[in-house]
Each structure stands twice: as C-alpha cells, then as structure tokens.
Design a protein around this ligand. Structure first.
Ligand code: AHR
Length: 332
C-alpha cells in the first residue's frame, strides 16, 4: 500500500485504536443534526510566534474559541513543518472535531491532510494557502489576497514618488510560504508601470525583527551611501528591525528611506506616528473567528462554506497613526 491509501488506512487504524475514529467527524455531526458550540474541540496547528501579528492571531484564536464555547488545543510548531505534521496526526488521534492549520510553507501537505480527510475531520487553512492538486483536502481557507497586498504597497510607493527615481530594497518573509512569492509578485506588479522605480535587492528576513535588521544592515553596507530610496518589507516586524538598522547607520527612516510594509501591528503605527515609517497594509489577525463560524455552521447543518474567505487589505498612512496605535495596542 502506498501514498494516500497507506496513510488514510493508518489514520483509520489509529482512530479505531483510540476509539474515537468518527467522533466529531464532519459527516457525523451534520447527520446528527449539528453539534452544540460548546461540544466542539478544535486543534490549531500554529506556525510559531515569529511576529507580533502571529502572536495576535494566536491570542484572538484563543479568545474567539472561548467566547464561542469551543475547546481549543493549540500546538506551536516553532517554524517547523515536521512539527505541524506531527501535531495534525496527534489531533487526528485525539478525534478532534476540526483542525485549523496555518501552514508554514505551501508544499508537502497532501499526505497528512489525506489522513485528516480519511478520519472525516475538516481542515480550515488560516492566513496562508497550500499547493495541492486536491482542493478537497481542506474545507475552506481564511486568508487575504496576498498578491493584492503587494500591489497595494507597490502602488502606494509609485504614487508617493510622483516620478522621482527610486532604488528599492525588499525584505521577504519565510521562503516557501505561499504568501511570500505572492507579496513579491504583487509588489512587482504594483511598480511595473513606473520606469522610475527599480527593485535592486531582495533577501529573506524570515518574518522576524532580528533578521529584518540584519538584512537591512547588509543592504546598507552593500549599496552606495544614499542610494537606497525605499524599503518594502513583507511584514511590519521586519520593518521595525530595518528601521533600527537605518537609525544605527545614521539614516532617518521614513525620510531618507521610505518604509512600506504589511500587517498593521501597533508598533508600526507608533513608528508612523514618530515619522519613521510611511505606510502599512493591514492583515487582520482575526483569522480564527471566521473559521470558527463557518465550522459551526458546517457542523450544525452541513452548510458548505466558500472555499476562500477573503479578508481585506487596507492601506494605512501616518495621518491617523497615533489613534490607530491606541485602538490596537491592547488587541495585540
Ligand atoms: O502569514 C501571515 C504572515 O505571517 C504575517 O504577515 C507575518 O507577520 C507572519 O509571521
């Protein structure tokens, strides 16, 4: 026996051994006429805590579960796909009612999601997509349009420059994650019409502040003094690190080098209020809330959710940064 069949059978054997194979399965719940909100147990395979945004997503997943009477089990994968696969197998063995997965990278999920499907456990993807030829491996995905996020950032820069020549450096997120290629592609599309804007360097900062700082230090050293005009970072945390690098190099972030990033975490609003960052594209950290709601409806009466629940990508500028900081600081 190989591939899907082998792992499907293994999952079923494991489920039978733990005596909870069909417990809470989507079909059974629907056939039972719906599970009570309080009865649902959901396993959440979270990537880790690389950024402020990620920590907020976990926090909101916990509070959203509590307010809906859902029993949530969170597993922190510490950036390792192998840990996520292990966690999913453990959730299957425990007979959870559903699984939330924030996939660290986009490839390599078919086998384990096939096991979840064989155990009739619906999976909802959060904030990142996966590469698969079999879209039935997951019930729904709650994500933003990650290409559009890049476009919004790129278009903002083109408009801000108003024809001025600009050499841009880019700090990418974790290589292999669906949204990183998309945020890059979108940004390139956003600047494509402007011959005055040139992307000159790109490197991964792995979505962390420390790495973002390190990468920006490298860019500053590698480029002739005064020749970097803007930095585009795939998340705000890396931008906060880059801002630190610019300051340590005697540059004025936000003035000498324009700064545009993605997430809209409180610290970037603080930086904008201080004149050290220029724009951010919001990614809501409340990804679990819509996932819970669609799972509750699915379990109640079999309502099939949309395959993609799209969250908005709103651009924020410094004009109301102080107020936005106040509004968000306790949410994170
Ligand atoms: O998948 C969402 C991204 O992951 C966020 O933009 C980033 O901050 C996080 O780590």
């Amino acid at each position: 026996m190989k591939g899907f069949a082998k792992y499907g059978a293994m999952a079923l054997m494991l489920a039978a051994m733990t005596g909870c194979g069909d417990k809470g399965g989507a079909d059974k719940a629907a056939a039972d006429g719906g599970a009570k909100a309080g009865a649902l147990t959901i396993g959440f395979s979270q990537i880790g805590s690389e950024s402020g945004w990620r920590a907020a997503e976990t926090k909101l997943a916990r509070s959203g579960a509590e307010s809906r009477g859902i029993n949530l089990k969170v597993s922190d994968a510490q950036q390792q796909q192998a840990n996520q696969i292990k966690a999913i197998r453990s959730f299957i063995a425990q007979g959870v009612d559903a699984i939330l997965l924030a996939p660290v990278i986009s490839s390599g999920w078919d086998e384990v999601l096939g096991e979840a499907r064989a155990a009739k456990i619906p999976v909802v993807l959060l904030d990142r997509q996966i590469d698969t030829a079999d879209a039935d491996l997951y019930l729904s995905a709650v994500t933003s349009d990650t290409v559009e996020e890049g476009r919004v950032a790129g278009r903002w820069l083109v408009e801000k420059l108003a024809g001025r020549d600009c050499r841009v450096v880019e700090i990418q997120g974790t290589i292999g994650a669906s949204l990183v290629a998309n945020r890059k592609k979108g940004f390139e599309e956003g600047i494509a019409t402007a011959a005055n804007v040139q992307l000159v360097r790109t490197q991964s900062g792995e979505f962390t502040r420390a790495k973002g700082k390190e990468v920006m230090e490298g860019f500053i050293k590698a480029e002739a003094p005064g020749s970097i005009c803007a930095v585009y970072a795939h998340n705000d945390d890396m931008m906060i690190g880059a801002i630190q690098a610019m300051k340590e190099a005697g540059l004025k972030p936000g003035t000498d080098i324009l700064a545009v990033s993605i997430d809209a975490v409180p610290d970037i609003f603080k930086a904008m209020a201080d004149g050290e960052a220029n724009a951010t594209v919001e990614l809501t950290p409340d990804m679990a809330g819509p996932a819970y709601d669609l799972l509750l409806a699915y379990k109640k009466d079999g309502t099939v959710p949309p395959k993609w629940v799209q969250t908005p990508s709103t651009l924020y500028l410094p004009d109301n940064a102080a107020a936005e900081y106040d509004r968000r600081k306790d949410l994170y």
